[in-house]
Ligand binder design. Structure first.
Ligand SMILES: C[S@@+](CC[C@H](N)C(=O)[O-])C[C@H]1O[C@@H](n2cnc3c(N)ncnc32)[C@H](O)[C@@H]1O
Length: 305
């Protein structure tokens, strides 16, 4: 049974602090006027921690099956108790469907674009629809396309647990990355091998998710800046990851550009591990791509998606 208010850990507090840093780094000039869309939970932890930056929070909540109204009601009550009722707009239903339809299950509009999209899922990212497609990854791609329709620069925050990581999808993608590296003459073979044989999924997802976002972004005329990837233990010691990516819109040319962010940048950035609320940088014993190769190939980007 769900306890009210929903509770989060010290680690989660630290994640919100890091997420705030990314929002401020890229969107500071708009502070006080920013628009948020995402998963706040009924405890409104991020809303409270970032309140001064935002003009409005579109908070999506689907609730627990069979008693959806409980969490939705609790969210509105919490907004009222915290004096945030005028700023928090509740949208009801699954956020993936809200993104798809740009409306919630009662027809209320999700008025894209937003400055921050926070897909702070409690579950994993790899669930498949009956069609076999990855529904959640598809929703993320759709959100990027909606934003591009309005040419909006924005920060994408994505958090998920490591449930049912699709090993085939992730490993095949890393093999594709290997091909890209080889094509550009970057000595990355052994680096990819280490990522593939690493005991933890976090190592591979550090590359997979930013690579996926970079590809979807490039299709929509965005370039990406990925902040160091975070991993931590959430409630009930569940392993979690959090990604922070700034997407900058650029339509100076009709021809699409390849992703601007270099693969070596993604590989060589340490991860941030949060333990007992403290933040530590770590490479997880993963090798870096040789810096001379990086320099030699500094101008080499990926091919078009
Ligand atoms: C991890 S919490 C959000 C925490 C919040 N961002 C913070 O910083 O404190 C996720 C919330 O979104 C809801 N939720 C999870 N997946 C969802 C989905 N696919 N659609 C709508 N709501 C969802 C959960 O019920 C929960 O209240």
């Amino acid at each position: 049974m769900m306890r009210f208010p929903q509770q989060f850990t010290r680690n989660k507090d630290a994640v919100r602090t890091l997420q705030r840093e990314t929002i401020e780094e890229h969107l500071f000039s708009g502070r006080g006027r920013l628009r948020y869309f995402g998963l706040t939970s009924s405890a409104l932890g991020d809303v409270r921690q970032w309140n001064d930056l935002f003009e409005v929070f579109y908070a999506v909540e689907r609730g627990e099956e069979g008693k959806e109204w409980e969490l939705q009601h609790e969210l509105e009550l919490e907004a009222f108790r915290s004096g945030l009722f005028n700023k928090v707009k509740l949208l009801r239903g699954d956020i993936d469907l809200v993104i798809k339809n740009k409306r919630d299950m009662f027809g209320n509009s999700a008025p894209f674009p937003f400055h921050v999209i926070s897909l702070d899922y409690s579950g994993g990212l790899f669930y498949r629809e009956p069609s076999g497609r990855f529904g959640r990854l598809q929703a993320i791609a759709q959100a990027i396309a909606h934003q591009a329709g309005k040419q909006q620069h924005f920060v994408l925050l994505l958090s998920a647990n490591l449930d049912q990581v699709d090993q085939g999808e992730v490993r095949r993608t890393l093999e594709n990355v290997r091909t890209e590296l080889v094509r550009y003459g970057v000595a990355g073979e052994q680096v990819i091998d280490k990522y593939l044989s690493h005991p933890r999924d976090e190592a591979r997802l550090k590359i997979y998710i930013p690579y996926f976002i970079n590809q979807e972004a490039a299709k929509n005329r965005y370039s990406c800046e990925t902040s160091p990837v975070i991993f931590y233990e959430g409630n009930l010691s569940t392993p979690m990851m959090a990604f922070r990516i700034y997407l900058r819109f650029d339509n100076r040319t009709q021809a699409l550009r390849s992703p601007k962010e270099r693969l070596s940048q993604l590989f060589n950035k340490p991860l941030l591990q949060i333990k007992d609320g403290e933040i530590h940088a770590t490479m997880m014993e993963l090798p870096k791509i040789a810096s001379d190769a990086e320099t030699t190939n500094a101008k080499q980007r990926w091919p078009h998606p």
